[in-house]
Design a protein around this ligand. Structure first.
Ligand code: ZN
Length: 295
């Protein structure tokens, strides 16, 4: 029977980090592809405006263009992106559970976590992604186009203004670079980590594991609450906690459940679950009444 050691746990964490960052790169690339498809479609919609006869642009024409822009996001592959996002999150979740094999042989799979549960978790993250795309890309682009069409004196002026904004890196960067670098990478990373922590927590419930091991890189970027969670040795081992007490009550800076969020938005902290037997082997002193070793 495999035995969990701190070295093994660290090894699984490293493998997980690698899988996660690879999945993250794929997801960022997929988002970027959606952006460039979308921008190409918006450009072609704008060029159609230029080709229409007449000097002035009417309000109904402006509204029709805005409706086309909303549809352009679907045509640019939004649904494919969402499917890809869900697939990658499920891969990340699967990878995050592998070390459980060292605690309960054969348990390091999604197992009792239903596809419905995973899809529901995935949908939460995807709806945040859609909200982000809407706020960062579709709305600014739509308002730029609306304003240009309504205020420009000629059709050519409106088209020139919009085309300039696209080419000079205004709201619509050709590759969506500004948004992907500043927001999407962080968003993807945080989604993956939260998704992994969430599935691990579900799995820990299923396996009856009630000891949390919180690990966080300790450097100048480490938040106060993460340092606290990773270094406090309430039961004799730094970072080891009972699952039922691993809540926002532990530190005033914890705003969301640390089992899923870690210390804060975009936290690097890892939440692993182990059994009491392993914890004791590391020097953990159980609280009164919890001293009987499990399975
Ligand atoms: Zn943190």
């Amino acid at each position: 029977m495999p035995t969990l050691t701190p070295e093994k746990l660290a090894e699984f964490q490293a493998a997980f980090d690698e899988a996660q960052s690879k999945a993250g790169e794929d997801m960022v690339r997929a988002v970027r592809k959606l952006f460039s498809n979308y921008i190409a479609r918006v450009e072609s919609i704008v060029l159609q405006v230029a080709a229409r006869p007449g000097t002035s642009i009417s309000l109904p024409e402006t509204q029709a263009v805005l409706a086309d822009m909303i549809q352009a996001l679907e045509l640019a592959g939004r649904d494919d992106l969402i499917r890809e996002f869900q697939t990658k999150l499920a891969e990340v979740a699967g990878e995050s559970l592998r070390y459980y094999d060292y605690i309960r042989p054969g348990s390091g799979t999604l197992g009792g976590i239903s596809a419905d549960t995973l899809n529901a978790l995935g949908r939460d993250f995807v709806s945040e992604l859609e909200l982000g795309i809407d706020q960062k890309l579709v709305r600014p682009a739509a308002s730029l186009i609306r304003d240009s069409m309504l205020t420009a004196t000629t059709r050519e002026d409106a088209v020139r203004e919009i085309t300039n904004a696209i080419e000079s890196g205004g709201v619509l960067r050709r590759d969506g670079q500004e948004f992907t670098q500043a927001n999407i990478e962080v968003f993807v990373q945080d989604s993956e980590r939260r998704f992994a922590r969430h599935t691990r927590t579900l799995k820990a419930d299923e396996l009856g594991l009630n000891i949390v091991v919180f690990t966080n890189p300790l450097d100048s970027k480490t938040a106060e609450q993460c340092r606290f969670l990773a270094t406090t040795a309430k039961y004799g081992v730094p970072g080891f906690w009972y699952k039922d007490e691993f809540t926002t009550d532990l530190h005033p800076q914890l705003k969301d459940p640390p089992l899923v969020v870690g210390g804060h938005w975009n936290c690097r902290g890892t939440v692993d679950f182990v059994d009491l037997e392993y914890a004791i082997s590391q020097g953990f002193r159980p609280r009164r009444g919890d001293s009987s070793a499990e399975g």
